[in-house]
Design a protein around this ligand. Structure first.
Ligand code: SF4
Ligand code: SF4
Length: 215
């Protein structure tokens, strides 16, 4: 998926922090920990694949054909909450207004509405599926789905880190760790499609937030 910065594969990923918001919103550090686990797993997997196959990661800044053409972009309920928060509270104008317009006009099956000016407008909070979708060799051509054209160039995420990421969000779903395997399966069963999700609810939230600011 669309990257807003070049991949650094020489080290592990750093977790992003929103200190004030993380104190106020108990679910937020859980979500950010989950994403940090995913990013670390991706960094390790990319580094290993580049070394093993002597190929380079193709994903770079400004390369967003995947965001425009992929039809199965997974998103989970805890990720949607993160996106709502980020867009309504952290995203600055005029980007927020541009995104509002995109979301209002979004039609299921069209490009990801969060792709704006060849960049992911929700990059710090983008879903797991976007973080894990990485391609080696040549960048994806327009309309190309490398899963079908060259599966060998698509990164296989490390399952251990994916499991860790889902285990990290158990508190979000009020689930306990003693049944974590079953709980993770339950969370994963709630998978949705980012492109067919009803983002009009987020538009309504943005309108409500704007109206409250005027009062
Ligand atoms: S190479 Fe493919 S998967 Fe990677 S950023 Fe470009 S379009 Fe997306
Ligand atoms: S949220 Fe959309 S724009 Fe951002 S990385 Fe995922 S598919 Fe691309």
């Amino acid at each position: 998926m669309k990257k807003t910065q070049s991949k650094k594969t020489s080290g592990l990923s750093r977790r992003v922090h929103f200190p004030g918001d993380e104190q106020r919103l108990r679910w937020l550090p859980v979500l950010l920990d989950s994403y940090a686990a995913i990013d670390t797993g991706v960094a390790i997997a990319v580094r290993g694949e580049e070394k093993r196959r002597k190929v380079k990661l193709a994903c770079t800044k400004g390369c967003g054909n995947c965001c425009a053409h992929q039809k199965d972009l997974p998103v989970y309920p805890h990720e949607v909450v993160g996106i709502y928060w980020y867009v309504s509270e952290k995203m600055a104008s005029p980007l927020r207004e541009v995104l509002r317009s995109r979301l209002a006009g979004h039609m299921p099956g069209s490009a990801c509405p969060f792709l704006i000016d060849h960049a992911c407008s929700i990059h710090p909070i983008r879903p797991i599926g976007c973080r894990q979708f990485n391609v080696f060799g040549a960048p994806c051509a327009e309309g190309e789905d490398p899963y079908y054209t060259r599966r060998h160039d698509v990164l296989d995420p490390l399952p251990d880190y994916t499991d860790r990421a889902f285990a990290a969000v158990l508190p979000f779903y009020n689930m306990k760790e003693d049944d974590s395997a079953r709980a993770v399966r339950l969370i994963r069963s709630q998978i949705m499609n980012l492109q067919t999700y009803d983002w009009k609810k987020l538009v309504a939230l943005l309108d409500q937030t704007a109206a409250e600011k005027k009062e």
